[in-house]
Design a protein around this ligand. Structure first.
Ligand code: GLN
Length: 307
């Protein structure tokens, strides 16, 4: 009988060759240096067992995965009514950094919190009197979820800040329309730090497990996210978590998941486990190409689709 660790190693080796069909993200210069052949996975079950395979100690930045975390934080601070007065609930079918629907969709607010415009509006709502206070609230929340002390990668944050002119435009557009308030550069500093939060796939799986467990930390038994907020976050993961291929992913995999351009994917199988994946070679829309294969195989073998 094959043990879990060996089985997971086998899946990684089956999925790894798919990485050669993808490319690492280059629009954030500091991400260019990632090794496209890295691949790692960890699974954290709700009875507190963790297993991993591949390059599981490699650290990577959360990028868009962080959007789910900030959404959970501001939803708990302000409630759905306020948050959804600034950002919508609908998938866009557009790339994550698209500006188009900000102008054509009425009212002028981002369609959902998983695209850049919506995520910037959400980060703008993090409570705190200064950028530092807001950052500390966010990183403490992440530390509670991972059970580790994590931080951010300064080079990646700086590199994105220098080149984030599209995100800058989204912010100014939204400021003009009253969706965001305050200083745009301060917001971009906070947002790029949030996107540059760094961890390995084991920590990421643990965060996924908190969502899978309806917001309760399976390790400590503490409620870190309310059940309702965890439900809203997982719903967004299903409808918009894998960019403009979320529909295809829902059919082929059916696991609430959120990806980032660093090659990370956080999955949450409700009532079962959290999944953390890292594979920096991306497909055309920005999802880890070998990571997608891994999730497809896992979902097939375990019937983990929620549908
Ligand atoms: N920091 C990245 C950006 O704003 C996150 C995008 C992503 O992971 N898709 O462009």
């Amino acid at each position: 009988m094959i043990n879990t660790q060996e089985w997971l190693e086998g899946l990684v080796e089956k999925a790894r060759p798919f990485a050669s069909e993808g490319r690492v993200a280059e629009y954030i210069p500091a991400l260019k240096d990632q090794n496209p052949h890295d691949l790692a996975i960890s699974i954290y079950t709700l009875d507190n067992n963790s297993c991993y395979a591949g390059d599981h100690l490699k650290k990577f930045t959360l990028q868009s995965i962080s959007k789910v975390i900030t959404l959970a934080l501001v939803l708990m601070d302000y409630g759905e009514e306020h948050v959804f007065s600034k950002v919508g609930m609908e998938p866009t079918g557009d790339p994550f950094n698209s500006i188009a629907k900000l102008e054509t969709h009425k009212p002028s607010k981002p369609l959902n919190p998983m695209i850049n415009a919506g995520a910037l509006a959400v980060t703008n709502m993090i409570k705190g009197n200064t950028g530092m206070e807001k950052w500390h609230r966010l990183i403490e929340f992440i530390n509670h979820m991972t059970g580790e002390t994590v931080s951010y990668n300064e080079d990646v944050a700086y590199s994105e800040l220098q080149t984030a002119n599209l995100n800058r435009s989204l912010c100014y557009f939204m400021k003009q329309h009253g969706v965001i308030t305050g200083n745009v550069e301060d917001l971009l500093v906070l947002y790029t730090k949030q996107c540059a939060v760094e961890m390995n796939c084991v920590d990421l799986a643990k965060m996924g497990a908190v969502f899978a467990n309806d917001g309760i930390d399976p390790e400590s038994g503490r409620e870190l996210i309310t059940r309702d907020v965890a439900r809203v976050c997982k719903t967004f993961m299903v409808t918009c978590g894998m960019y403009n291929t979320s529909g295809e992913f829902a059919i082929k995999v059916g696991i609430p998941a959120k990806s980032g351009v660093s090659g990370g994917i956080m999955g949450s199988v409700p009532g079962k486990c959290g999944i953390g994946i890292f594979g920096p070679a991306l497909d055309d829309v920005g999802n880890s190409i070998a990571g997608l294969k891994l999730l497809e195989m896992l979902s097939d073998e375990h019937s983990w689709s929620i549908f």
